[in-house]
Each structure stands twice: as C-alpha cells, then as structure tokens.
Design a binder for this molecule. Structure first.
Ligand code: PXG
Length: 502
C-alpha cells in the first residue's frame, strides 16, 4: 500500500494556468533541507517537491524512496479528472482514495461548507449542545440507512469509526450483563484503518509486523477469496465454507466470549475481493445463532460504491453497526461515523448512562454541511441508481472484456469497484492460472505504465484495481478502459522482454 508515486502522465493541452502555479521549472526536485524559519512556499514543482521531501512524512510511504523520486503535486480536479502541477491530465481511477464519489469541482459543496464556516465554523457536541447540520445529517442518514437504524455517532475518519464500533460493542455487552463478551473476530487481508484498533482489526501482516499488533482480543479468520482459497469447489460451496470458518472460530473462543464480527461487504484495499453470494447470508445466520453483533464496515462500500446506498443491502446482511466515512462527504471534508441499529442504540440510550467516548470534531458543523449537500447531489442526480442500472453494468462489460488480454487471468467488478489479476499463464479456470513470482513486482510495473498514460489504478500485489468516481459516464469508462488496455500491452512487452513469461 505504498502511495502511488511519481511518474509523468499525459500532458493536457487544455489546462488553464488558473491554479496559481508556475510551470517554468519542470522536472524533479533536488532533495535538500529547507532553511529553518526561512522556508517560503514556492509555487513551482521542484520547490514543492523539495519542501515535501524535507518536511512532510506521508502515509504508508517509503520516505527514502519518495525523497529520491519527488512527489507528484496534485493541484486541481474536475469531474473524474485531476491535473498535476506540471499540467498533466489524469483520470482518477481511484476517486481520490475511494471517496470522491460525486467527482471533483462541485461548487455547491464548497458553497455549503463556506456558508457554514461563516455562520458557525465549529462548536462541539459534548455538554448537551448540538448544531444544525449535525442534527439534520443524523436525521438524513437515519432515513437513508436500512430500516433498523435510527441513530448515528460521528467521527472524522474511518479508523475512528471502527474504534468507535469496537468501544460500542464492548459497552453494549456490558450493558447487557455479559461483560466477558470482548473478542472481536475479523479477517485476514481486511482493511479497517490505521489507528491501533483499526490496524488490529485489519488483517494486514505488514501493519501488524511494525508494532505489538493486533491488540489482545482481536482474532482473524481467512478471507472469502475464491481465487486464492476455493480450488476444487464451486463459488457457492466455497462461500459457505468460508463463512463456517467464523463458526469454527466462535466455537474455539466460546460464544460467550465473542462480542462481534467485522467485515467489509467487499474488501477494498485488500484488492476488491467480491465474496460468493452464499457468504454473507451464512455469516448472518451464524451471528444470529450465537447472538454476536455484526459490524459491516462500509467506509468504502457505503454511499453508492457498489450500486446501493450500503453494501450490506446487496449482500443479504442485517448488521448491527455500520462504520462509514469517505463517500459521505465525497472526501471534500473529513467525516466519518457509525450508524447504530436499534438493538445497540436502545441499550445505549435506555440502559446506558454516560458512554465515555467521543472526539472534539464529532458532528463537526462544516463537515456535516458538506455531507448534506453531497447526499443531496447523490439523491437528486440519481447517481446511485445510475451506477446500479447503467454505468455499473457498462463497467462490468468493458472491464470484464479485459479478461481476453494475454496477461489477465480474470477481471470482475461490482458497481464502481473492479479488479483484475495479472498472470504469467492463463488457464481454463481461475484456479489454473499461473501467477507471477510476487517479488517480480509486475503489478507495480503495470501501475507505473498507468501513471505514465494518465490513469490512476492501484496495484495490490499483481491485482490491479479501479474505483472511479460514481459520476463517471460510459464514454469516460471507455476512455479509462482503453488506457488500461494500452498499459496492459506495455506491461506485456516488458515481461516478454525480461523473459518472465517463460
Ligand atoms: N475501513 C475501510 C474499509 C477502509 O477502506 C478505513 C476503514 C479507514 O479509514 P480512514 O478514513 O481512517 O483512512 C478504510 C480506509 C488503499 C487505502 O490503499 C484504503 C483506505 C485507506 C488508505 C489506503 O486502498 N481505506
């Protein structure tokens, strides 16, 4: 999960120099130390790259490598397109980071935030106070969420949302007189954030390895990854088998010790892993059987990514808690939260007393105002219906056709999330394909070509994924998939030249 860095893209003929940046110093920065106290923010790329390398520690980044390469400086966005400081126009195939669902350049969200900043930029929601956008947003979300949800707890990020879900699950079981129910079960290759609870819930070995993680009480089972683990089975059979790993873990821990199970409806950062249709209904049955809370982490899947308001609605789940973030504001302002079902809210409200948890920015009025306008756009423009009925199926066909490429084992999508596997040799079934040796880094090679050719795509090992803004049109999907195909050709030439095809 290193950041996507730093190669040239397609130079846009149509970039207006209206971003205040000069472009007379193209090329890479020479890294170096800025003079303390004298650093003045330059407007040219090289100067920004130098200051970036000198002072800015980026998330999930090899800082030494970034310093040598120089960061790409993004300066402007419009619809599905981004422009960097050197004027390259790039298709944002990742919606920022799975979040800019309504696309860039939405003046009405800017106006809503500015109006709220003018009226009341901040007030807290502690000490029996509230604010207008937070109240309105809570009511709006209650109306949009599945029927058994009427309450919301606000945070500023997905990680905080998941920390909140864990604390809420623990508190719920205390209030229910079963305080020994503390174990939370999650899955390998899940991503639930980067705070200590979030990283513990996540199943990313590389994150656990850099500290004393996971924290005690968090357990992992295998993921429902048919390609990796389903050899010799039908998808339907594998879905049931994968769900029953949960039951085995519950019985191993003792049901009376288990508080909750958490999962993303479709794993996002793990590589757009779409589970078999049989998986989630069986998980639901198991959670019901042992009374365990089900947490549907909708930080990526919520707000239309899969062609429904929430992924759980598509998957046959009836969760008790829904952490969300990202798409609720389309990333214009940070906001997250947890939708709380009646089962949990009734305990908190009716039996509760104080729930000793919250953040300064819980219910931030500017973030909530931006979210309200973002939700208005999603509803009034029929964005999610379009993903379900028009652009999602169009992407499925266009992206699925990439499976004919000699490097592609299989390609699949759901809504506006898609993934394909780069393979050394194709096979009759997904299990007969031969992967490349992981250390060759074919996915990263391919991602480099994508950047060079003006489309942002993520590489998760050798799985290439896209999740473009939900407002992408069919013509734009054609443009994006055309560039992806061209980059697959370039990657194929590379691996042939290097003799990696055998
Ligand atoms: N849950 C899920 C399902 C996520 O995808 C988080 C929680 C944490 O949200 P915050 O707002 O705390 O980042 C996420 C975040 C990637 C990538 O490389 C994905 C995320 C974050 C960073 C990188 O795909 N998702």
């Amino acid at each position: 999960m290193a950041i996507d860095s730093m190669v040239a893209g397609v130079r846009a003929p149509d970039l207006e120099a209206d971003d205040g940046l000069t472009r007379d110093t193209p090329g890479r920065a020479t890294p170096g130390r800025a003079t303390p106290g004298r650093a003045k923010l330059g407007t040219d790329t090289a100067e920004l790259q130098r200051l970036d390398a000198a002072h800015y520690l980026h998330p999930f980044t090899d800082h030494g490598a970034l310093r040598d390469q120089g960061a790409r400086v993004m300066v402007r966005g419009d619809g599905i397109y981004l422009w960097d400081s050197e004027g390259h126009r790039i298709i944002d195939g990742m919606s920022g980071l799975w979040c800019v669902n309504v696309g860039y350049g939405r003046a009405s969200i800017v106006d809503a935030a500015a109006r709220q900043m003018t009226a009341l930029p901040f007030y807290n929601s502690f000490f029996n106070t509230t604010n207008v956008p937070a109240v309105r947003l809570a009511a709006r979300l209650a109306a949009l969420a599945p029927e058994h949800f009427r309450h919301v707890f606000f945070t500023s990020s997905g990680s905080e949302a998941n920390d909140t879900a864990v604390r809420m699950a623990w508190r719920y079981w205390q209030l229910m007189g079963q305080p020994q129910r503390q174990a939370i079960i999650s899955r390998r290759n899940a991503y639930h954030g980067s705070t200590i609870a979030g990283a513990s819930l996540g199943g990313m070995a590389g994150m656990h390895a850099q500290g004393a993680l996971p924290i005690p009480g968090i357990h992992h089972i295998e993921q429902p990854h048919f390609v990796e683990l389903g050899r010799g089975m039908s998808e339907a059979e594998f879905g049931l088998k994968a769900a029953r790993w949960l039951e085995e873990k519950i019985l191993e821990l003792g049901p009376e010790h288990v508080a909750a199970f958490i999962g993303e409806p479709v794993q996002g950062a793990g590589g757009v892993i779409i589970p078999p249709r049989t998986y989630w209904p069986e998980i639901q049955r198991i959670c019901d059987r042992y009374g365990i809370l089900l947490i549907s982490d909708e930080v990526i899947c919520g707000f239309g990514r899969l062609g429904a308001w929430f992924g759980c609605e598509l998957m046959g789940m009836r969760p008790d808690l829904i952490p969300f973030a990202k798409g609720v504001t389309s990333g214009y302002v940070p906001l997250g939260g947890v939708l709380v079902s009646d089962r949990v809210a009734d305990a908190l409200v009716e039996k509760g007393g104080d729930f000793n948890h919250g953040f300064t920015y819980s219910g931030h009025p500017v973030a909530c105002a931006a979210a309200l306008e973002n939700l208005r756009i999603l509803v009034e423009e029929g964005v999610i219906d379009k993903v379900a009925q028009e652009t999602g199926p169009y992407l499925k066909a266009a992206f699925g056709a990439l499976a004919s490429h000699p490097l592609v084992g299989h390609a699949e999508s759901l809504g506006m999330a898609a993934g394909l596997n780069l393979v050394r040799r194709k096979g009759a079934t997904v299990h007969d394909c031969e992967p490349f040796a992981r250390e060759l880094g074919v996915g990263m090679l391919c991602r480099g070509h994508m950047f060079d050719n003006g489309v942002i795509m993520r590489a998760v090992g050798d799985r290439m994924i896209v999740a473009p803004p939900l407002v992408i049109t069919c013509a734009e999907i054609d443009e994006m998939v055309g560039r992806i195909r061209a980059c697959l050709d370039l990657t194929l030439s590379d691996v042939q030249r290097r003799g990696w095809l055998g």
